[in-house]
Design a protein around this ligand. Structure first.
Ligand SMILES: Cc1cc2nc3c(=O)[nH]c(=O)nc-3n(C[C@H](O)[C@H](O)[C@H](O)COP(=O)(O)OP(=O)(O)OC[C@H]3O[C@@H](n4cnc5c(N)ncnc54)[C@H](O)[C@@H]3O)c2cc1C
Length: 463
């Protein structure tokens, strides 16, 4: 590895977000057969938010959450901490079946989800280092800048007002974060920084306090009408809700539903000197490269910086506890120090990876089949932190049989075709990311146009 590693550098161990407190000791597994009203599989944000809103709405319900490791083991305990009001998918695609107004309503609900998470965190006493500093998206080449401007024009058609997103002048941009080589930036207020694992941990505590049972070290081996089967016993329940996002490929019968996409992160040591960088507003930082990055300034003054790494493992294999390849750590460090040369004063303290779920059409779904009692939500394609809250509220309404504004949103009950069998899946995803890297390299030469290679990449996988 070429990146400079801090003493005590950790690779994996779920994520940096557990470093201060230690990875939680999993609670007791399910030890026998039980009956419940609702069984939820997976204790990430989706499962926990669903349990939270269901139990709040009807405290008499017996709700059990079954988790193979511990609450927050998956992407919910590993992500970049962008609590962002971004649609989990393309507005255009959501509008196809339901019309433009429905897609715009969905977008407004996503903005609202950011505030709803902040509201519940305050009400439940969850200290997740939340700061609503907005989202700064930078462009570092003329082609990226052209895309950024075009994106804002497009967003106006999908309900984004100048108060929701706007182009910044150079002075406003550098007053926020000074990214080396940035030529343009947009800013949106609809994004907050969170410490992801603290949000998951706090949510799990709040859900337990309401009386929901969470069984950990409890892998569900079969999901069927009326039951969820685990090695220690079966839960018989009228409703069984699958909330396993990036892990769904391992659930029997769902291998090709959602592609498990890897995302990797590094975190630096604390930086003493922020003068050259700024970042006083704790904005979330992204860019408009095809092989994009995402970052936050953490509550303990580090830079947490993420990107794609090795995007996908053959046959939808999953990582275990977040171990990350040397190549990825080096690539992320290289990019981080290109953005922030001043960060060279620090070293890499931790690296980790996780999986998120990508449906074939890159748009998320919330569904409940009333005939079978089986439901599911996920496929947020990397925008799951806020979306899981909206999904949880929506799944709760569906489970309660309520017709609400949420149950008519365009992501409800979508049917999406499955991914191709291997080796097509692997070839497609790897070709896409290879072309994205080539397109970024071409655009770095200064051309003002988006590389045709990126368009070919989008065509290959329907991105
Ligand atoms: C590195 C990384 C960075 C990201 N950054 C961002 C970001 O900044 N902003 C954003 O919006 N999104 C981001 N995402 C995506 C976001 O974190 C996820 O979309 C979201 O957390 C999904 O929540 P979930 O509850 O649906 O899934 P998870 O959090 O993955 O939870 C699923 C749970 O199901 C459990 N499980 C799986 N199979 C079984 C089984 N058979 N039996 C029992 N339990 C099972 C798992 O152990 C896991 O705990 C990122 C993802 C990654 C990996």
């Amino acid at each position: 590895m070429n990146a400079p590693l801090a003493p005590g550098f950790v690779n994996g161990d779920v994520s940096y977000w557990y470093r201060a407190t230690g990875v939680p000791d999993p609670g007791a597994p399910l030890g026998g057969n039980i009956r419940a009203d609702v069984a939820i599989v997976g204790a990430g944000y989706t499962g926990l938010w669903t349990a939270y809103y269901l139990k709040k709405a009807d405290p008499a319900l017996r709700i059990v959450v079954l988790e193979k490791e511990f609450a927050g083991f998956g992407a919910s305990g590993r992500n970049g901490g962008w609590l962002a009001g971004l649609l989990p998918g393309s507005a255009r695609r959501y509008a196809k079946d339901h019309g433009q107004q429905a897609a715009i309503r969905f977008q407004r609900e996503m903005f609202g989800a950011v505030d709803e998470v902040i509201r519940v965190a305050a009400t439940e006493g969850i200290d997740a280092g939340i700061v609503k500093g907005g989202l700064l998206n930078v462009a570092r080449t003329p082609a990226q800048a052209a895309r950024l401007r075009a994106e804002i024009v497009d967003q106006r058609a999908w309900g984004w007002t100048p108060g929701d997103v706007d182009l910044l002048g150079t002075r406003e941009m550098t007053a926020r974060i000074r990214v080396a080589g940035a030529v343009a930036a947009s800013w949106s207020p609809h994004c907050a920084r969170v410490q992801p694992a603290e949000l998951a941990r706090g949510l799990a505590r709040a859900v337990r306090d309401l009386g929901v049972e969470i069984y950990e070290r409890t892998p569900v081996t079969e999901i069927a009408r009326g039951r969820a089967v685990t090695p220690g016993g079966t839960v018989e329940a009228g409703l069984v809700l699958r909330c396993t996002e990036g892990f769904t490929a391992d659930v029997a019968g769902h291998h090709r539903d959602w592609l498990p996409m890897n995302s990797s992160m590094i975190v630096t040591e604390p930086l003493d000197d922020w003068d050259e960088i700024g970042w006083d507003g704790r904005e979330l930082l992204g860019d408009t490269a095809h092989y994009y990055m995402y970052a936050q300034r953490t509550a303990d003054d580090r830079i947490a910086f993420g990107g794609r790494g090795r995007p996908y493992l053959y046959a939808s294999r999953l990582d275990d506890r977040g171990h990350t390849h040397d190549w990825t750590v080096d690539a992320l460090w290289h990019l981080l120090t290109t953005f922030f040369p001043a960060a060279k004063q620090a070293k890499v303290a931790h690296a980790w990876s996780g999986v998120l779920g990508v449906p074939r059409d890159w748009c998320a779904t919330v569904s409940l089949d009333r005939a079978t009692g089986l439901g599911w939500a996920g496929g947020y394609t990397g925008h799951g932190v806020a979306a899981a809250n909206l999904a949880g509220r929506t799944l709760a309404d569906l489970a309660l049989g309520r017709d609400s504004d949420l149950t008519t949103l365009p992501w409800v009950d979508r049917r999406v075709r499955r991914w191709e069998p291997e080796p097509l899946r692997w070839l497609g995803v790897h070709a896409m990311y290879r072309l994205y890297r080539l397109a970024d390299a071409r655009e770095a030469t200064g051309t003002p146009r988006t590389s045709v290679l990126a368009r070919i990449a989008d065509m290959i996988t329907g991105h």
